[in-house]
Design a binder for this molecule. Structure first.
Ligand code: DAK
Length: 256
């Protein structure tokens, strides 16, 4: 069995991190497989949405592999070029949904936050426990967690290393929705299939526009949104979507 498994279902690319015996901790093999799988789905015209999850009942990802990392030197870490792959991962054009089925700790929480939104099982647990290992988050946790939950809770979690459960994560705005553990993949797939069924240009521009909110001023963001909105009137999908509404039928988007 590969440490990263993929399958395609109705326009959704599913990526499963499959190392349950180590709570899906990210070692070199997992990292390479994961980055490669997501990049391939992002480039695939047949894919409209990506779902990322962890194998087994216990963990989404319990972090980077501590045992693999433990003896590394500064230079080995610094010269490891593969880390730039996370920039690509965090900037996919297709939406990416994290289906968090258990522990999402350290790098696991950071990977979930690189996705566009998180659907969590009621058994999920989130945290940035790196402080307990003598380090700090390194895949964007200090930045994305602070933006997601605000300074107070980000400081609490990062400085104490404590975990929060799914309910607290939802209250804090980290999680989009909580579902019963048994229904997690059905719910995540239903959301992803709905997204994959919409017109690709509007989906990708919607994602781009929301992400703008985190990068720029309100006035610039609104300006960007308006121009993106106008541009969609150059697509066949806009004509089809609005005609289908008026004709009381389901639209057939062509991603054009
Ligand atoms: N790494 C390696 N193995 C792990 C692991 C991890 N992160 N988490 C769990 N495992 C392994 C355990 O060692 C154990 O293996 P065996 O002993 O059976 O061989 C197996 O998974 C089951 O775990 P436990 O026996 O510990 O299970 P429990 O239910 O008792 O505890 C736990 C569950 C999630 C509370 C516990 O496993 C735990 O605390 N895990 C570590 C969580 C953690 O500290 N995560 C943060 C890791 S640091 C970088 C940027 C970022 C990063 C790295 C590099 N660069 C820019 C280069 C990220 C760093 C991190 O994520």
């Amino acid at each position: 069995m590969a440490v990263v498994e993929t399958k395609i279902e109705e326009g959704v690319g599913v990526v499963t991190i499959n190392r349950p015996e180590a709570l899906n901790a990210i070692n070199s093999d997992v990292m390479e497989g994961l980055l490669q799988a997501v990049a391939a789905f992002d480039a695939d015209d047949a894919i409209g949405c990506i779902v990322l999850t962890g194998a087994g009942d216990k963990a989404f990802v319990a972090g980077a592999d501590i045992k693999e990392m433990a003896s590394k030197s500064y230079m080995e870490m610094y010269l490891d070029d593969r880390q730039s792959g996370w920039e690509v991962f965090a900037n996919t054009r297709k939406p990416m949904v994290a289906a968090v089925n258990g522990f999402a700790l350290g790098g696991g929480c950071e990977i979930a936050m690189m996705c566009d939104f998180i659907i969590a099982s009621d058994k999920a647990k989130f945290g940035q426990p790196e402080i307990k290992l003598g380090v700090i988050p390194g895949w964007g946790g200090t930045q994305r967690l602070a933006k997601a939950v605000g300074k107070a809770k980000a400081m609490d979690l990062i400085l104490t290393g404590r975990m929060m459960d799914a309910a607290e994560a939802e209250r804090a705005g980290l999680v989009a929705r909580i579902v019963q553990h048994e229904n997690l993949m059905d719910e995540a797939m239903a959301a992803a299939k709905a997204i994959a069924g919409f017109g690709r240009p509007s989906v990708m521009l919607a994602k781009e526009a929301v992400n703008r909110a985190f990068e720029t001023t309100l006035a610039e963001g609104i300006h960007f949104e308006r121009r993106a909105f106008y541009s969609l009137f150059a697509t066949d999908d806009q004509k089809e979507g609005m005609a289908a509404f008026a004709e009381k039928r389901a639209p057939e988007f062509k991603n054009r």
